[in-house]
Structure formats: structure tokens, C-alpha cells
Design a protein around this ligand. Sequence first.
Ligand code: FUL
Length: 494
Amino acid sequence: MDRRRFLIASSTAAVLGTGTARWSDATTAQTTGTPLSTRPEPTPQQLRWQREELAMFVHFTVNTFTGREWGDGTESPAIFNPRHLDARQWARTARETGFRSMILTTKHHDGFCLWPTATTRHSVASSPWKNGKGDVVREFVDACHAEGLGVGFYLSPWDRNAKSYGSGKAYNDFYVAQLTELLTHYGPVVEVWFDGANGEGPSGPHQAYDWPRIHATVRRLQPNAVIFSDAGPDVRWIGNEKGAAGLTCWSTVDPARVPYAGFDRPWVGDLLGHGDPYGSAWRPGEADVSIRPGWFWHADENDKVRSPDNLIELYMQSVGRNSKLLLSVPPDRDGLFYPTDVAALHGFAAQRRTMFAHDLLHGARVIASSSATGHRAANVLDDNPDSYWTPRQNERAATLDIELPAEITFDTLDLREAIAHGQTIANYRVDRWHHGTWKPMAWGTTIGHRKLERFDPVRTRKLRIALEYGFGAPKLAKVAAYLGPKHTYGPGHA
Ligand code: FUL
């Protein structure tokens, strides 16, 4: 059903494969690493986008009422009647559970518009909901503002209702007119989401989207919004719909390798999941996935909502691998988040709160192999993402020893690079001091905004972070260690 489904097989292999770095990553880098001066850095918008870590995806349209995942455009607007719609309930749930923005399907593939557009009658204006006087987009935007969340819009390019679909310029005019309405009437937008799905097949209409014009429209009307698609330009799809970034995940890509949204090739999933250390464009990955099997609400999936534990796993493999998690939580036919979904989200938030409540490295002493002036080793213990430690000029390999006043037991390590200055770390190792020697604990590749490592609980008084290779000087913003809620091991463990 979904053009992306077949990509999952190839990317899963990479995700579930070895948990360690491959030698080739480091050795190739040593011979061909891009010079530091030319490495890309994020724009302020991309940096803000990534630091949010969690965004919520709201899938809502006629599908909610038909039970389908992809409508065919023949649905009658008469079926759209979410009697108790309360966008404030969506936004409150999102804010209370740590999400920082929400993206609404203003139009999915069926072409039904959630706002009273002037471009077509196939919209809420023709529905019985509020006697055709309602505007879901307006209620969504007002709720986001009231709860302090960023506003994002998904506007499907594939439209199975529009008569002009497949005509070329006429459809592009229609699509740009819809985009213009959304980007002029509803205030500031933080993200515009373009998917590449198209199920028409070889005999269906073929519509060439005018991407340069579409992107220029967003830039002109909402210069602070990031643009998402398989091909960015600001934020890229992570290459699967499982919410999983590659274990190695660069925020840079070579733009020529995925030239447009919907560029459907077997290798694209892996490419997007891992990024490219030699890539010339800063284009971090967004991991989209649903809290349910489908993107839309279906009554028969009410008992298949992800558990808080499962959501934590998703968090680890997205946010914890230098990506952002975009989690779909679909409203039901009343226009409300379903109680099971709301409970799972609160459980997810509670687990994160417990897990990250106490940084066990608090009060440690940090000794670096060398430090550049003004970039003390102790900077890695504070919470300021802009203060970082970096070694003396031109040093790409370095070690940080972290000494604690007493033994700690921990099972989670949190590493962060100062990505405002780009991403350079290609290979790191973590050792712990055990019975008088250094014992290897973790060996990995990229860090980026955040790398979360989980393992069985270990005890130690000293940790060594060895940055073994970088594409430029490593800039480490944070090292933290936690003991997750599940582990209540007594003394003597490990
Ligand atoms: C895809 C669509 O085909 C799915 O229905 C869903 O909206 C997903 C997030 O994007 O391209």
C-alpha cells in the first residue's frame, strides 16, 4: 500500500546489524576526509528544529471515518463530522508529554482539505461539521499557540480528487494556491512537510511537481519554516517508517543522490538512514512513525497502541541516534486523541523523566588530553548546548577522563556534539575503569546532536571517552550517565 514499505527491509538490516563501527568508516575517513573549513553547518532554523527532539504528527481526514489509510478522492464530505473535536486536547497532550511542535495533515492523498479553501469544494466547508462553517486548521493553529507549540503543515502533493491532477502546470497552480492560503492565513509555521507517496502506477496520471516553485513559495511566505521531504532541502526523511535512524547517522548528505521527493530506489532507505560524512548539505533526518499500526485512527487498532516501553525504544533509535522523532497520534471520529494513546504518551513522558532525572556524572572531575583555549573539559558536564570542549587546534583524536568521587552504577550514556558547529566525530570508544584497568564498554561511530547508548548496568569510578577519529576537531557539548527506571540493582552488581 505504501510505496515506502519495501524500503524498510533494506534499512532494518543496517539498524539491527552490528552495534559497533566498521573499520572502513574510520579508515576511509582518514584518507579522504573533507577539510574542516568546508564542512556544512546548520541554519538557525535547522538547529531549533533538531533541539526540539520530539514533534507530533496529526493524521486526520475522511479516512478517519472510512477506516482507510489512503482515500481515493471519491469520499463524500458528508462523512466528515467530528462532533467533539478539541484540538486543544491534542496540543495539551503534546505539550504535557514533552513534544514541542505538531504537524497536521491539512490535505492527505484523498484531496479533502481541512480548511475552507477557495481552491476546491472538497473541504470542511462542504461537510456537516459545524454546518460547513468549521476550520480544523484554524482550531489546530490556535491550540498550538495556546500551548506554546510550533505549527507544522503536511500538504500532500498527490491529490486523488483534484481534476487537474496530472495536467502539469494547472495542478501546480492549484497546489501552490493551496500552499499560499495555508502559509498566509495562519501565522508563523515552523515546518512544511512534503511526502513523495504516489500510488497511481504506470497507467495512472503522471504529475510532475514544480518543486523549485513550491520551495520558493515556502521561503517567500515562511522564511523561518524548515522544509521536509525525502530530498529536503532542510530536513530529510530518515528512509523508513519505523522511526529508526541508522546506527551511524550523519546530518550531512550529498544532495545529488536523492534529487527529489518520491525518488524511489532500493538503496534510498539506507542512504537516508545513514547520511553521508562527505555530503555538502546539512540535512538532518526526521524519523516518522505512528503510535498505532496505521497513520490514521481505526477502531480495530485501539488495542494495538504502542506501550511506553515501546515508545522509549523508538526514542532511543531516533533521538538517541542524531534524528528527530515525529510521532503520529491520530484523533478518533469524535476528533479527540483516544484514551489509550494519551495514557501511552504520559507513560512515555514519565519514563523519560525518571530516566533522565539524575545525571550521575554531576560533581565529577574531567581531564582532557588537551583543551583549546576557552574550551575547558568541564564544559561537557553543564547543560548549555553551546558550551563545549574541543582539543588543541588541529587535533582530531582526543581523550576525556571522567573521575567520580565515588562509584556509580549506570546503564545509559548520553553524548552530544556541539552541532551548531557541524558534525565531525566519526568514531568513539567508551572505557570504564574496572579492577585497575580500562575495560571497553561501548564503541560507536557518529554522535551528532545526541547519541544515547544503553547497556546492562555497570559500576565504575572512572570513565574514558576516546574520540578516535573525526572529520575535523571534535566539539563535545555533553557527557551524562543515567540509571534507567527498570534497573534497581543492589550493591555488588557488575
Ligand atoms: C506517506 C503517506 O502515504 C502515508 O499515508 C503517511 O501520511 C506518511 C506519513 O507519509 O507518504
